[in-house]
Design a protein around this ligand. Structure first.
Ligand code: UGY
Ligand code: MN
Length: 248
């Protein structure tokens, strides 16, 4: 990409955005002293959540967000420890956690580390319990088939249960695999390409996407993906769900 000529693959539109690494902007964010933070999705673009990269030098600490905000974190490089009161968890590459809203905690870089973080205002459901801390690794979650041709599978990282108002999954496409149809839905997505690549349809446009790309899909953004190349394409995908569209 010829940055010196003002080119980028990033596109910010009304109902979708593709943010490629060449346009990342480091910004100071309270709660992450000493870390390099790149906010790629936020309410300023129309989203109802935020998504950012945190590049942490060894020993750096990330503090809890505001009281009503829940936080999902996936380690991309290095290792961190997550402390909640007396509980201490170590997360290595593709280790993750969902920290419920209101849970005081600290994330400390055990080695230099790079994280992807998603945060949203938690939407409680009357009669349902408050969600509990979830800690796991992507590889430990079973891969469920998602297409008849066997080329698409999904690993669900969070319990499919009433207390949770969001879902975070890893979708895995074998080369030539695709979403079975063009989806349109009221929920929105934050996505990070973890590996491989292909073609993403967003609204009426088709984009080539590669590892490291981030996509925001707003409500009702028509969406479809087809994997290209010789190795599987994998992406992390968040969606708000499990709540009535009139709630909140
Ligand atoms: O769960 C989803 O809505 C998912 N299949 N969407 C997507 O991959 N764009
Ligand atoms: Mn979708």
């Amino acid at each position: 990409m010829r940055r010196q000529l003002g080119e980028t693959r990033s596109v910010i539109a009304q109902r979708h955005a593709l943010i490629s690494a060449d346009s990342h902007e480091v910004t100071p964010v309270p709660g992450w002293p000493g870390s390099r933070i790149v906010v790629v999705i936020s309410p300023q673009m129309g989203a109802q959540f935020s998504q950012f990269f945190a590049e942490m030098p060894g020993g750096a600490v990330g503090h809890a967000p505001a009281q009503r905000v829940e936080r999902f974190v996936l380690v991309l490089e290095g290792a961190v420890s997550l402390q909640l009161g007396d509980e201490l968890h170590e997360l290595g590459v593709e280790g993750y956690a969902l920290v419920p809203a209101g849970a005081a905690h600290q994330i400390k870089a055990v080695t230099a580390a790079r994280l992807i973080v998603l945060e949203k205002v938690f939407l409680p459901l009357e009669g349902a319990a408050h969600p509990e801390l979830v800690v796991g690794t992507v590889a430990a979650q079973p891969k469920q088939a998602m297409s008849e041709d066997g080329l698409l599978g999904v690993r669900k990282l969070l319990p499919v249960d009433q207390p949770f108002d969001c879902e975070v999954n890893v979708m895995e496409f074998q080369p030539g695999g695709s979403l079975p149809y063009v989806e349109t839905h009221f929920v929105e997505h934050g996505l990070l390409m973890l590996s491989g690549g292909g073609i993403y349809r967003l609204d009426e446009d088709w984009f080539s996407v590669v590892e490291g790309d981030v996509i925001w899909m707003g409500p009702y953004c028509p969406q479809w993906f087809g994997a290209l190349g010789t190795r599987p394409a994998r992406y992390l995908i968040y969606k708000n769900w499990n709540r009535d569209p009139l709630a909140g």
